[in-house]
Ligand binder design. Sequence first.
Ligand code: CA2
Length: 152
Amino acid sequence: MKTEKPASAARHILLLNGPNLNLLGTREPHLYGSETLPAIEARLVARAREVGAQLATFQSNHEGALIDRVHAARTQGVNGIIINPGGLTHSSVSLRDALTGVALPFIEVHLSNIHAREAFRHHSCFSDVAIGTVVGLGSRGYDFALDFLLNR
Ligand code: CA2
């Protein structure tokens, strides 16, 4: 059976996680699940490898560091980004500008359903410029985003 991916599939993907997501699996499991970020990252790295793609991961609690990582992606041959901007989702024009500035396609992921939570979480600075969003499906949302990029 032919298993080749279409030429436009992303082969070098960057997984970005914003502030406080390093705490995953340690607190608030009712909101964010019980899986740790290193476990999620390892699963996605393995999945990408299985199909001959490459996945780099980066988490930071600092807006500027995330922006610098997005800029670096442009020169590193990254051709797709999966991002959970954490709380910056609702405030960071600068991180949005970095993503539109490098013009790399990205998918926005949220573990929780931000639309079913406090009103201040309903607005995202990223959704209108993302390829798509996955919200409320827990850590599986990252897997769905990766599969989409790999098969796009
Ligand atoms: O649902 C999501 O993925 C969020 O991006 C998570 C952010 C929140 O500010 C967004 O509104 C929605 C918060 C990440 C904090 O993660 C923690 C994980 C475990 C314990 C404490 C915080």
